[in-house]
Structures are given as C-alpha cells and as structure tokens.
Design a protein around this ligand. Structure first.
Ligand SMILES: Cc1cc2nc3c(=O)[nH]c(=O)nc-3n(C[C@H](O)[C@H](O)[C@H](O)COP(=O)(O)OP(=O)(O)OC[C@H]3O[C@@H](n4cnc5c(N)ncnc54)[C@H](O)[C@@H]3O)c2cc1C
Length: 488
C-alpha cells in the first residue's frame, strides 16, 4: 500500500466543535501562503452531530454554538431572541458555513474519512501517521499539531439484555417516530435521565400521545432553566439571570467539599427537572414547558439504576441497581440513553506536549468546562507562545466523574473560572471580546457589559478562592488537578 507524505504549517485533528474553534483561531495566525490541514475520521464536518439521533436539537441558543464568532445564516436568525432550537441538519450546515468563512482568509485542506493513528514529536516537528478512507497511509509533518478529539462522542450501542422478550435499541440507530418502534404501540422504557433521555421521552410523548412511555432516571438529572437563563424577546432587557452570573453564584457557594449542598442551591435557584428527585447536573439546558410536558407524559418514573431485563415467570423482569425488580410487558422497547461524554476509556494526555508542539483538547486535561472554549482559548495561548510559562490548571474530568458525579460540574466550572482569570492577564482583550461562544451574548449589550465589568473587577480575588477549591478537589479525590508537572 502506497504512503503519501505531506507537510503543513498547522494540522488539526477533529472537525467537531472543538476542532472548528481551533481552526478559527489558527487561521488568524497563519497567512494565505501557509497551509492548514484539518482531518476527521468521519465523512463530513460536525463531529458528534453527524451521527447523533435525528431528533436531537441544540439545547442552547444557536448563535453561540459556533466557531469563534462566525454568525449563523439560518433564516431563523431573524427570529433571534425567541429561543429557536436548531436541528441536526441546520447544525451541520453551520459547520460547512464556518469552513467557508474561514477559507476566505486562510488556506485549509480538509481530509475527511481520514484517521490519525499516531503522532511523534522531535526537534520541533510532529510526524503524524494517518489512514485514509481508501486504506492508504498518509504521513504529515508539521510544527504544530492540535489534537481536537474533544468530547469524542460516538454513537451508543443498544444495551446488552439477557431477555429476548423485549427489544433493546439505541436512539442513534432507531428513530423514535419512524420504523418498527414508531409503528409499535408497546411500552417504551427510556434508560437514562440526561439530555438524550429527555429528548427521547419528549419525542415519543409528542409523536405518540397515549403510548406508555417510562423512564429509568437513576438519581435524576436537573437542567439549567432555559426560560430563566435565556428569556425570550424584549424580556432579555430586564429579566433572566445571565449564565455567567448564575455560574458565579453557584461557584461562590462551593468550596471543594460541599457539592451536594451547593448543587441543591443551584437546582432550586436556577434549575428545572421533570423527575421526583434530581441530583446530577451535566450542564444541560431545558425549558419549563419541556420539563412539564415530559413529567405529564411519563407513565412510570423509576429512580434507580437499570441493570438488565431477565426472563421471569409470566413476564420479563427489569432488575435494578438497588436489587429491586419490576415486571415489564413482553415486547417493550428498552432505549439506551445512558451517557456519551467522559467515557472511561479515554487516555490521559497533557494539554500541551513536553516539546510544546502538540496541543490536546480533551477532558482528561480539561482547562475549561466545554471543549469549544478550551479549543478557542488554548489555541490563542499556543500561537502566542504563552503555554510554557502560564500556570494554567488542568483537571482530569473523566477521573472526577468516576469519583464524584455531583462534584463534576463544579470542578469543570471552577477550572474554567480559574483559567479564564489567568488567561485574562496573558491574552489581548480582543480574544475575550471576539469569543462568540459566550452565552451571555444572548442578552443586550448593556447587560453584557455589566457582566464584563463584574468579571474584570472581581476575577483576581475569585482566582485565589478558585485555586483553593481546585486544590481541595485534588487532595480530596486524589485527582490530577493543577498546573502541568514541569518537564526536565
Ligand atoms: C446529545 C448531546 C447534545 C448536546 N448538545 C449540546 C448543545 O446544545 N450545546 C453544546 O454546547 N454542547 C452540546 N453537547 C456537548 C457536545 O458534545 C459539544 O458541545 C460538542 O459538539 C462536542 O464537540 P467536540 O469537538 O468536543 O467532540 P466531537 O463532536 O465528538 O468531535 C470530535 C471529532 O474528532 C474526530 N476524531 C477524534 N479522534 C480522531 C482521530 N484520531 N482521527 C481522526 N478524527 C478524529 C471525531 O471523528 C469527531 O468528529 C451535546 C452532547 C450530546 C451528547
């Protein structure tokens, strides 16, 4: 098999939201005669959005789901302020649009269906080995590699279930409103109370009113209340709490030891949830209307952990983590809506390699709460040569999730708060002003400015307390959490 050898000035692996933000920033530091290569193993741009379940919608306002500050072309933009939730095809179109805009001033070659298999760094040069869709090897050398595997979301398989008397399906391969499950009227059991579980319940309840839809919700998940975080229309002038303000309130109550108490406060002040109890928060957003519709449409909600369905006498039995069992109607559908993000098998990698040529954007060395923000800010830090000397903290979010799901959102938000403050002293102000990911942009400029003034006047004081909180998390959970260890 032939090997193609190539070189470029910047190589970015991953064309999801993280990779597109890295590309947006890299394009600002490269001239037209320099070459950027963008690689993804998927067949089109968009990362997880290429193959997520078809009824998925953004749960946040779409203008702030972008690369850098690229504006959407969606007609619904005219509807800006009313809270339209973009669909999967609209999101994928926006990824294409972002590439078109970036290409107006940068030379970008895109290699889709191409998997990076390995990378090695020596003397300021990185050598990547990739496998193209037709099975050929491609070797690329570059002085800068950005590995933007980000959340690395992959479709979920159906749950493995011992009983043959029920159907086990995954929403990624089985549209709730079409095909066999849509044609059947047998009960559905949605397993998982997070964003996918809620979308699935909502899709089923809306498309088939009267069908028995049940939820196994674990300890329950709560969501940021969209009506309060993103009030519609003119109400943006006087009502709602900007996400930066609610986040700051939440963090001011958290000291690294009291996630349950601080989480309860945040849920009651800013959350919404459709189940009887709700402990976890995974940065999801939901409206009160959705929450009410789901709560009203569900037949049974089980606050327990799903284990299996086994054949019982008479009818199949669902086994729960608590040891309880409950009968299930034969022919029921079991839909796997358990989590996609922060999977345990993701290997650790520092956010910057010892040689300084490889930036890695992924949650094992998280520097922000979301990979899009990490890619945007850390790519600026890379190109400005600031990563070697700035004490940016990394947080192993996968490890924290394993040790405490309740502390996870706090860990992510506090590391973002700390690093934003550190980077504010290092990066030009324009980097902050041009960050179109900032969801406070939902609000009128005057209110945004008030939020910015609050940040500028308080961030150094808050940085000290954020550092104490992160250090407490590190000691308490024996976590990788702190500045990168010096290399010798
Ligand atoms: C159901 C669901 C709904 C969500 N909704 C929202 C939302 O509304 N707003 C929001 O901000 N976030 C949302 N998220 C979080 C979401 O995952 C991120 O916002 C974002 O889309 C993730 O982008 P990413 O680039 O980090 O990861 P991904 O989308 O997983 O992209 C990573 C890409 O890297 C590629 N890649 C990785 N390794 C290699 C390799 N070795 N070679 C080649 N290619 C490689 C992968 O193929 C993939 O395309 C949601 C998540 C889920 C699961």
């Amino acid at each position: 098999m032939s090997t193609v050898t190539d070189s470029c000035d910047v190589c970015i692996v991953g064309a999801g939201l993280a990779g597109m933000n890295a590309l947006f920033v890299a394009a600002q530091y490269t001239s037209r005669d320099q070459r950027i290569i963008l690689i993804d193993r998927r067949e089109r741009l968009g990362g997880m959005w290429v193959d997520t379940y078809p009824y998925v919608r953004l749960h946040q306002p779409h203008p702030m789901f972008t690369a850098g500050d690229i504006r959407w072309t969606l007609d619904r933009d005219r509807d800006r302020g009313r809270g339209y939730l973009a669909t999967q095809p609209e999101i994928l179109d926006h990824f294409e649009h972002c590439l078109d805009v970036i290409r107006q001033h940068a030379t970008v070659e895109v290699l889709l269906g191409c998997e990076m298999e390995s990378d090695t760094e020596a003397d300021g040069v990185v050598r990547l080995t990739c496998r193209t869709a037709d099975g050929r090897r491609r070797v690329i050398t570059t002085p800068r590699l950005i590995k933007a595997s980000g959340f690395a979301v992959t479709p979920n398989d159906p749950l493995e279930i011992r009983s043959d008397a029920v159907h086990s399906v995954s929403p990624d391969f089985c549209d709730m409103s079409a095909g066999e499950i849509g044609a059947s009227d047998a009960p559905v059991w949605v397993i998982g109370g997070g964003k996918t579980g809620m979308d699935t319940c909502h899709a089923l309840i809306a498309s088939q009113p009267g069908r028995e839809v049940n939820l196994v919700a674990g300890s329950g998940t709560f969501f940021l209340n969209r009506d309060r975080a993103f009030p519609a229309g003119a109400r943006r002038w006087w009502s709602g709490t900007m996400p930066s303000a609610s986040g700051a309130q939440m963090l001011s109550r958290f000291d690294g030891t009291n996630e349950r108490e601080a989480g309860d406060w945040f849920r009651n002040a800013h959350g919404t949830w459709p189940t009887a109890a709700a402990d976890s928060y995974v940065l999801g957003i939901m409206s009160e209307g959705e929450s009410r519709a789901i709560a009203a449409g569900l037949s049974h909600v089980v606050m327990d952990r799903f284990v299996d369905v086994v054949d019982g006498q008479g009818s199949p039995l669902m086994r729960m983590g608590s040891g309880a069992t409950r009968p299930v109607t034969p022919g029921s559908w079991i839909v796997n809506c358990t989590g996609y993000v922060l999977q345990d098998d993701m290997p650790y990698e520092p956010f910057i390699s010892p040689g300084g040529c490889v930036l890695s954007i992924q949650p094992r060395s998280a520097t922000m709460h979301l990979t899009s923000f990490m890619a945007y800010f850390m790519t600026h830090m890379l190109f400005l040569g600031k990563l070697a000397d700035t004490p940016v903290y990394e947080l192993d979010a996968v490890e924290l999730r394993r040790k405490s799901k309740l502390a996870l959102p706090f860990g992510l938000l506090v590391v973002a708060q700390y690093n934003l403050s550190v980077m504010y002293d290092e990066l030009p102000t324009r980097v902050f002003l041009e960050c179109g990911l900032n969801v406070d942009r939902w609000y009128p400029l005057l209110r945004q400015m008030m939020g910015s003034v609050r940040f500028v006047t308080t961030h150094r004081r808050d940085r000290a307390s954020a550092k104490r909180t992160l250090d407490t998390l590190r000691e308490r959970f024996d976590l990788r959490c702190g500045p990168l260890a010096p290399t010798t």
